[in-house]
Ligand binder design. Structure first.
Ligand code: 9WO
Length: 258
């Protein structure tokens, strides 16, 4: 997959896509990230990329023409459709489902705004979709673009090792992850749940699924509401609820148990 990024801060994008799983995907040639600086497509002596906002008031807006020329160069660099995404708080929220569909494209182009944003005419004519990574304002789109690159990069075939791929399956289910433990088995902060030491793989799988269901129920009931549970999951969640509510009643009577 190829990701082109229009940004005034190319170093930020290149450095953030150079570490960990995604950095490895890049080194293996599974993911290509190329940055394009609008400043390199400005023609005046000052290499101007922004201007005062029409209508007055504070702040600057990114000029159309350097962005159009950058996009033209991007289109020339490959035959695949550029599919331009503007990272902005005005877009619909990015979800794992959306990440999966973008990760399957041969190519996407990310537009990173700075200042007060991009001239709306460029957004209307050249942007295919706007996406937000959450309801907060950043100082520019680069961090959001880095998030998107990370999320699609790790899904490229061969980017994750087997263990990581198997784990990925459980999240794309729409459930939260189960708790994880490592040695020592006994620690001042507590013991590892015995089932994880039992060697009974079927029991371990059920315990993990039950924890995932239970945590999702406790922390993100909105995720659970949108999802149909099979018979096994319904039973495991019911078990979790019963145990959780019993522990709460006990705690109310006798104080914290640990
Ligand atoms: C500034 C602002 C101030 C008051 C009320 C609303 C406001 N919105 C913005 C704004 O969108 N500024 C942007 C800065 C202009 C485009 C790039 N910037 C940006 C992108 N900030 N935050 C994002 C972003 C992108 C994706 N997901 C979350 C946030």
């Amino acid at each position: 997959m190829r990701v082109d990024v229009i940004t005034l801060f190319p170093d930020f994008i290149n450095q953030s896509a150079d570490v960990g799983v995604v950095g490895r995907a890049r080194k293996r040639g599974l993911l290509q990230v190329q940055t394009w600086n609008p400043r390199d497509f400005a023609h005046d002596n000052y290499r101007t990329v922004d201007e005062r906002t029409c209508g007055g008031g504070p702040g600057m807006v990114m000029l159309i023409d350097p962005l159009r020329e950058a996009l033209g160069a991007i289109r020339e660099a490959s035959d695949a459709p550029a599919h331009v995404i503007y990272l902005s708080p005005q877009g619909p929220r990015l979800t794992q489902k959306k990440v999966e569909s973008l990760a399957a494209r041969p190519r996407i182009t990310l537009l990173c705004g700075r200042y007060e944003g991009v001239d709306e005419r460029f957004v209307a004519h050249e942007v295919d979709e706007e996406l937000s990574i959450g309801d907060y304002v950043l100082s520019g789109g680069e961090l959001a673009a880095a998030v998107l690159i990370d999320a699609v990069g790790r899904l490229q075939d061969g980017a994750l090792n087997d263990a990581q791929s198997a784990q990925q399956d459980s999240f794309s289910d729409g459930l939260l992850d189960c708790p994880h433990y490592t040695r020592p088995v006994e620690h001042a902060l507590g013991a590892v749940p015995p089932v994880l030491l039992s060697g009974d793989h079927a029991a371990i799988r059920r315990w993990r699924l039950k924890q995932s269901l239970g945590r999702t129920w406790l922390r993100r009931p909105d995720l659970l509401a949108r999802r149909a549970l099979d018979k096994e999951s319904r039973a495991l969640l019911e078990e979790f609820r019963r145990e959780y509510l019993a522990a709460q009643r006990l705690e109310a009577k006798t104080g914290p148990q640990d």
